[in-house]
Ligand binder design. Sequence first.
Ligand code: COI
Length: 356
Amino acid sequence: MLDTLAIRTRRTTASRLATRDEAPLEFGKLFSDHMFVVDYRDGEWQDAQIMPFGDMPVSPANSALHYGQAIFEGMKAYPTDGGGVALFRPLDNWARLNASAERMCMPAIPEELFMQGLKELVRLDAPWVPSVPGGALYIRPFMFATDGMLGVRPSDTYRFAVITCPVDLYYTKPLRVRFEQKYVRSAEGGAGFAKNAGNYGAAMYPTKLAQEEGYNQLIWTDASEHQYVEESGTMNIAFVIDGKLVTPALSTSILDGITRRSVLQLAHDLGVPVEERRVSSREIIAALEAGTLHEAFGVGTAATIAPIATIGYEGHDYELPAAAPDALSKRIGAALGAIRTGQAPDPHGWVVPVGE
Ligand code: COI
């Protein structure tokens, strides 16, 4: 078992911090100075280190490149009111990473290794955490197979790494989305619940087609009937229908989003009825026509809470009313923001300071 206290740190001698532009940041383009890296070989995790962010050599026969044994997480660190930096629900990401790892025949990461690597990295790169409203340090833990061998079988060796980047809001204006009724993101029994790279790669082509039609994202529907809502491209999805918060129930084809969990909990705390169940595209359109669909929004780590302005269905665009100042999505977004930054109490124990 790896001694989790033994993370070697090699600091950069050429920090890029001073050259950082304060202009709005395009998501995922600018990376902080350091990364955390640990390798799995001979049945254990070894050589944990924090080093300058940079390229990693891989074998051209790397089986992640050929067969897609690659998983990731998305999480954020926020500046807190007390002048520190805190992670949001990191143990939920750790547990989900390991659930993805199991589905993809990859080794689990021990909790102490994940948490210690993460905290040391974020402490070291704390000056990169943006202090602008809505800004955060996006954290991307990921694991990939490193065997250089073309046989189709699980790799024997892996690398786990964490990189971080300062970000603003992922979506800056209300979204145009449409129901997808031809392509499929994932079927029941597939790997849709896991955060494996292939789920995202395979979604790019149908998403590109929708973007060419003027939409930002798709609303994926179930693989067998194309009737039931699953999730939206980079986020889960929720609707406010008749005063209730309605979202598709989890299944093997839907990502168990951590922002989704938080939003449902906060709605419950606000006394709003929450329904996790099957939601059909027809129900959404009927509610739009009847005027009982008050809000629709995406929820995700990168996207945070992203209001939806337009929903396309069978060639017709349906407009949603603009979100009122007391809209549920706004109230939940404000409550979530206040907890993350320490401006409000954290009754569910979601906030984990990275320490001095
Ligand atoms: C996230 O919200 O963290 C995601 O992983 C979505 C996307 C940017 C891939």
